[in-house]
Design a protein around this ligand. Structure first.
Ligand code: ARG
Length: 468
């Protein structure tokens, strides 16, 4: 084991203190174990800050060069050297980087913290890190949409029952079901793009809480790391974690969608439904029951939704009632945020894999769609088209369904005379109306499940993916 120098212990104060921190408290106070994930962005933001100090005449060109090349080599070492993060007692990633810098170049390194506090530094790092993750998540969301679209296209001829209250309601195209989830994920992408706008603001230059007295060109620092604007109030900038909460809320909605998709898939894969089969690649067996094939992949996605909602609740609770400005409570934001990002990405990826590994049992789907009076509403609509007030037609069809149930037959198994006995307006054209094809075809307004509407929706979805 290599012993670390005192400098690498990374204590950032000293003058005011005579005693050593209690070791138990020092450990309790540390965040390096988890915030080392911010290492890369911390170095990038530090390089930008160095540029800001240089432009403000606060560093000589030599000092500036020394600091930025030392930071670059710290970055390289962090990327390539195994164990680089192991031997340190630094409190957090900011003190870790600074301690390495000072160890490498001495006094010039000590100048980097001019006009900066860890309070604006951590807020900057977190935003920079989250911005990158939002971009990655957006790509993964897009890939999941792509998987939904491909599944819709594979099963473009398939029909299935649509459900309300988990009871068969009306026939829909399987592609229509796929595209329902496509829409949800499209909204999720919009939401994330919106959150990203508020993430993409630079707090650096707010210093500890009051702003900085040094002539640092904040706009130039913002440009250097791609932020769209600088924060407008230093007190707010160092204590604002809305962007974390907004992100966790947007992530929670993604998880609501993924868990509903998971639930549908779990149900459709049961022996009772038998609409789909999950390939071996994404299912598991039972250690006891040899016949089992379990949808663990989707159950975990459903379960992990709870975990992300928990992170959102944690973030809200951490921030609630905090006085301005920075408080150490806010160090607790990181694990909730990191876990949200990791869990969300994993769930999106697995969901994409599941979608690519679904085999449809189109016969069973069609059979289910033709049993259980899914065409009853169509019959009421038929009567309405013949001038019967919908309420009255609804009542009549209810009685027809009752008869069919007593007989144990479907509506189209009843004879024309039997049907006519309920309403003289029923003619031989009723059988066409009761056909599965016709029940679909009539749903031809925008957003409906008629084949030509769904074909249009598929084309739109393809275009969405091409253009974004
Ligand atoms: N590790 C701290 C955090 O994550 C960094 C900021 C610390 N600032 C301070 N004044 N103690 O929030």
């Amino acid at each position: 084991m290599q012993f670390m120098s005192d400098k690498l212990k990374g204590n950032l104060w000293g003058g005011r203190f005579k005693g050593e921190a209690d070791p138990g408290f020092a450990e309790f106070n540390r965040s390096f174990g988890f915030d080392k994930r911010l290492f890369e962005v911390d170095v990038r933001a530090s390089i930008a800050h160095c540029g800001g100090l240089t432009a403000g005449g606060l560093l000589t060109p030599n000092e500036s060069e020394e600091i930025s090349s030392a930071l670059t080599s710290i970055l390289e070492r962090g990327r390539s050297e195994a164990g680089y993060f192991d031997e340190t007692s630094a409190e957090d990633v900011h003190s870790f980087v600074e301690a390495h810098l000072v160890e490498m170049i001495g006094d010039a390194g000590r100048k980097l913290h001019t006009g900066r506090s860890r309070n604006d530094q951590v807020a900057t790092d977190l935003r920079l890190w989250l911005r990158g993750e939002i971009d990655r998540i957006t790509n993964t969301l897009r890939a999941t949409q792509q998987a939904l679209l491909e599944l819709a296209e594979t099963g473009s001829g398939a029909v299935m029952p649509g459900y309300t209250h988990l009871h068969r309601a009306q026939t829909v195209l399987f592609a229509h079901w796929c595209l329902a989830y496509f829409e949800m994920l499209a909204r999720d992408r919009e939401r994330l793009a919106d959150v990203r706008k508020r993430v993409n603001i630079l707090p650096l230059g707010s210093a500890a809480l009051a702003g900085t007295s040094y002539p640092i060109d904040r706009e130039a620092v913002a440009r250097a790391i791609g932020f769209a604007a600088v924060s407008g109030n230093s007190l707010d900038a160092v204590s604002d974690r809305d962007f974390c909460i907004e992100f966790a809320a947007a992530a929670s909605l993604v998880m609501v969608h993924l868990s509903r998709l998971a639930e549908d898939i779990i149900i459709f894969a049961t022996t009772e439904f038998g609409f789909i089969e999950l390939s071996d690649a994404i299912a598991t067996g039972s250690s006891l029951m040899p016949q089992k094939k379990n949808p663990d992949s989707m159950e975990l996605v459903r379960g992990k939704a709870g975990r992300i909602f928990g992170n959102l609740a944690a973030l809200l609770a951490i921030m609630k009632g905090l006085p301005l400005a920075y408080n150490k409570d806010m160090q607790e934001d990181k694990e909730a945020l990191f876990d949200t990002v990791d869990t969300l990405k994993a769930c999106l990826e697995v969901t994409g894999t599941v979608l690519a590994n679904i085999r449809l049992n189109e016969e069973r789907m069609r059979a289910a769609a033709t049993q259980g009076y899914l065409n009853a509403t169509e019959l009421a609509d038929y009567l309405a088209r013949k001038g019967v007030p919908f309420r009255a037609g609804h009542e009549t069809v209810g009685r027809i369904v009752m008869l069919a149930i007593e007989r144990g037959v479907e509506l189209n198994d009843l004879s024309l005379d039997e049907l006519k006995s309920f309403s003289p307006l029923i003619g031989p054209d009723v059988f066409e109306s009761l056909s599965l094809e016709q029940t679909l075809a009539t749903k031809s307004q925008a957003g409906g499940t008629a084949p030509e509407q769904v074909a249009e929706a598929l084309a739109k979805a393809r275009a969405v993916l091409l253009n974004s």
